[in-house]
Design a binder for this molecule. Sequence first.
Ligand SMILES: *[C@@H]1O[C@H](CO)[C@@H](O)[C@H](O)[C@H]1NC(C)=O
Length: 340
Amino acid sequence: MAQGSAAMAAAAFFALLAVAPLLCAPAAAELVRLEHLAKNDGSLSLLVVGDWGRKGTYNQSRVAHQMGKVGEQLNIDFVISTGDNFYENGLTGTDDQAFEQSFTDIYTAKSLQKPWYLVLGNHDYRGDALAQLSPVLQKIDSRFICMKSFIVNAEIVDFFFVDTTPFQLKYWTHPKDDHYDWRGVAPREKYINNLLKDLDEAMKKSSAAWKIVVGHHTMRSVSDHGDTKELLQLLLPVLQANGVDFYINGHDHCLEHISSRDSPIQYFTSGGGSRAWRGFFQPNEDKLKFFYDGQGFMSLQLQQDQAEFTFYDADGNILYQYSQWSLRETYLRPSYVAKE
Ligand SMILES: *[C@@H]1O[C@H](CO)[C@@H](O)[C@H](O)[C@H]1NC(C)=O
């Protein structure tokens, strides 16, 4: 950590040159691509938070405050939200005050005035899902960059943001009293097939040192929701076939690191943005490395050949760190070690 912080402090100088994301025309594939430059020394640092929009309650403000402090220490380039941005039922429209009350007025620290790349969670789909994608919100707060599925190319890393809510079959077959806004999605099967095809094509073209997929739903989790069967069946094979390094999600209101037994993929849950302490624990077949049932968030510091993940609680204490050298041959060092 000390080493990482020192490197980040040195890099802080260059961050002044950070450039706002540029929108590029989508190529043959359907997925929109955004460009985000790495720092001048080639590194990148960011925070990941999920499951947060509760107008500051359930420790949302407390987590936000600590994110501001860590964001400053690490001189972050951007923030990722793993979804469930607004409880309980997303936004009612682009004029919903919850946007300011749960986002603009909460994440006020200077270090957090960076682009936020967001996906939608199942709760966001229970309101006006299209409102969160609207440029109207960016006029209110230009940080808010939310799309259903998209790619952020950040030089050393390609982030693939995936809309995971339509995968979960029970939202279609057993919606109970909830209404899901499937505009632009239904029919489910066609949407998923097209999405998987687009992702596969984009991943095959990616030559970045790291490939990271971000979605709302869990692939592997030991908490309340557990594994998401549909994602393991449909999405995971695409990730495995394309050498994706990490899958990052929210949905379960906790912090987790789970290591896959049958591929190099590592799973990280950062869903501790507000309400937590569910009190559930159900082991799965993969290897649990870390689990915290409470509030918090995650940082990710990336270099060409190294990735370092850190989990923090609502008081900013470091709970766990994991670092990994790149597994790609071209980046392998003679003294390759995976340390934790
Ligand atoms: C807020 O965070 C503190 C410290 O982690 C914890 O003791 C408390 O239970 C949390 N409150 C809620 C409502 O989760």
